[in-house]
Design a protein around this ligand. Sequence first.
Ligand SMILES: Cc1ncc(COP(=O)(O)O)c(C=O)c1O
Length: 340
Amino acid sequence: MVSDTDVGSDEVGLANRAYIPGAGWQGEADAGRRERYGSELIDRIGNTPLIRLDRIARPYAGVTLLAKAEWVNPGGSVKDRAAASMVRHALMAGRLRTGKTLLDATSGNTGIAFAMLGASFGFPVKLVMPSNVSPERKRILKAYGADVEWTEPDQGSDGAIRRAREIAANEPDTYCYMDQYSNPANWRAHYETTGPEIWKQTGGTVTHFVAGLGTSGTFMGTVRRLKELKPTVKGISMQPDSPFHGLEGLKHMATAIVPAIYDPKLADRNIDVETEAAYAMAKRMAREEGVLVGISAAAAVVASEQIAKEESAAGREATIVTVLPDSADKYLSERFWEEE
Ligand SMILES: Cc1ncc(COP(=O)(O)O)c(C=O)c1O
């Protein structure tokens, strides 16, 4: 388990500079370089646009429906935020240093984000992943040069977690295990970035925040920050309605290894979403809003629409914000796009 208070220094030439929380990467040469040549890859993470879903919200008087377009991140998903935060903390604590390989279990997007950051900073990355992730994800990881160990598909992300724990325990000197399910730097990424962004982008008018649960980092960090800023904000978590589902990246908490960072008490409410409803919404988002989203993003819109319907029926005004974790790019080979 990674401590919340891990601090140290990046003693090696990995990044060759110090990371100061809130101020970014510091260093004389660096500051000069950035001024001349623009920002670095890691600095492009976050500050995603908030888009209005007016067509979906149209039947619900008094409701504004807004969504964070997380595919704009350089690795193509919301997981860039958590991965960058975990890498920064590991560098600062000196846990990730020359000679160490970053290790984690992932269902895809965190792996892509780690692979991207590893390539960018120059550290090797080993990922453990169920073999049934989409072919697009496999190709992206290969393109970034990550080493991937595949686990049995019927064991899902839990099988990958068990295997990663085994590797980390057997070879502690070789690997720096990020353990995204237990790592506080995961939810802190959202406490420090996603939450404040939503607050600023809505001018403080947000009334509800809806997000799917994978590691739960997005939900935990964002809701903690928004509730601090405005205690009346409602946090609504969303999960697949059964253990066998097609909502890649999300967990059915009742039957899964529950992430250590997950605290169900933070949610004012939970909504279960069927995979079929998410498929239908992915098509509506494409055809009515012109926004091609991934399946967990579509599921988040299903849950948000339910809240919109209830608030409108009760005659209440609401500004509902959700997170669209990734775009449809990695799911275009799925058959549901062709069904009517
Ligand atoms: C596509 C997708 N949606 C949602 C999530 C859930 O995000 P979190 O892990 O912050 O709960 C993930 C996490 O990997 C994901 O890949």
